[in-house]
Design a protein around this ligand. Structure first.
Ligand SMILES: [Zn+2]
Length: 357
């Protein structure tokens, strides 16, 4: 019955010329990559490496940012997306500290990645290789949020009503300062914000404007900004993104966002989302090894709490146990103590050839 329905659906899709859907239906027997990666609770205990592209890949050696840090609180804990490449987590920890010194009350951290990256069951085309993170424009409140507040509290849009423009009652110089701080980091290649926010920066930033180049307009991102760092050393399988265009971006590329075109509803048959058709065959082959790799001893063992916090990093190796009670260790120290081994080079299964149809 199932098979017949599949064929009918495939035939129908082919008839309608929805190639992607037909392919998706034909592959339905293979589990979707989002299901496999979405089920992972802990990272792959291996040397930190990103494989593939931001929107098509996975990563090993992930660490989690603590639920609470001296200058941050993580949101939506139920999603289990507090995981990233150690360099991403280190960048967030540094930003939280330096933004606090600039006067920002602290970061509310949204989604980073799943423990082993990969496509997600819901939301986000990117965030797959541990090098993307969302940070709310809402400043951190002065109290520790309860778990349910972290689920229910909404990030406030910076826009005025349904317009494409920033609400000046919400936007402050401190918002611009936290973006500037993030853009100042060498490892940060792009920061995505709503076009209205980019425009606000273009219209108001005085003095040094070079950092505006990294701040790029994109749909969404009116209540949070998205920080993307580059491929990290040692990740040979990581595919770099295109360099940001030269200049501050306050040009016709921004003006385009204020035309009708980007907001026009799509015409033609609906295309399935990539995450709804991607199987393991769509991802770099190393992602199978990432999926199969052993997990670290516990989540605590691979959680980063920040310099000023009491380290709650449990020992996972004999060498680590000696220093485990020490407070305030850096991400680098945590990683080196984990003694993560590289993924085995052999035994990486080759992608199964798909039968021709
Ligand atoms: Zn994002």
């Amino acid at each position: 019955m199932m098979r017949r329905m599949t064929w009918i659906a495939a035939g129908l899709a082919a008839l309608l010329g929805i190639a992607g859907l037909a392919e998706g239906v034909a592959r339905a027997a293979e589990p979707l990559a989002k299901t496999l990666f979405g089920a992972q609770r802990l990272p792959a205990a291996a040397a930190p490496k990103s494989y593939g592209f931001y929107s098509k890949g996975c990563f090993a050696g992930g660490v989690a940012i603590g639920v609470d840090g001296p200058n941050w609180q993580a949101m939506r804990l139920s999603r289990n997306r507090r995981w990233g490449h150690p360099a991403m987590i280190a960048t967030l920890e540094k930003l939280s500290r330096e933004a606090a010194a600039d006067g920002w009350p602290g970061l509310l951290i949204g989604d980073i990645s799943q423990p082993r990256g990969g496509p997600m069951l819901t939301g986000h085309a990117s965030h797959q290789i541990g090098l993307d993170a969302d940070i709310w424009f809402t400043p951190m409140p002065d109290h520790r949020l309860s778990e349910s507040e972290r689920e229910k509290l909404g990030a406030e849009s910076m826009l005025k009503g349904d317009s494409l423009y920033v609400d000046d009652r919400k936007w402050t110089p401190a918002h611009a300062a936290v973006l500037k701080r993030a853009a100042s980091y060498k490892e940060v290649e792009r920061i995505l914000v709503h076009p209205g926010i980019k425009k606000k920066l273009c219209d108001t930033v005085q003095g040094d404007r070079t950092w505006l180049r990294k701040v790029r307009p994109f749909w969404g991102h009116d209540a949070h900004f998205h920080v993307r760092i580059g491929c990290q050393p040692g990740s040979v399988g990581c595919k770099a993104q295109d360099a940001v265009p030269k200049g501050d971006g306050c040009d016709k590329s921004l003006a385009w966002w204020f035309t009708e075109e980007p907001w026009r509803p799509a015409t033609g048959p609906a295309q399935p989302r990539a995450r709804d058709i991607m199987t393991m065959a769509s991802l770099p082959r190393e992602c199978r090894a990432v999926l199969d790799a052993a997990a670290p001893a516990s989540e605590t063992a691979v959680t980063v709490h920040g310099r000023a916090a009491q380290a709650a990093v449990a020992p996972v190796t004999a060498a680590a146990s000696a220093g485990a009670a020490q407070a305030g260790r850096t991400v680098g120290e945590v990683i080196s103590e984990l003694g993560y081994a590289p993924l085995p080079e052999r035994g990486v299964p080759l992608p199964k050839p798909r039968p021709d149809r």
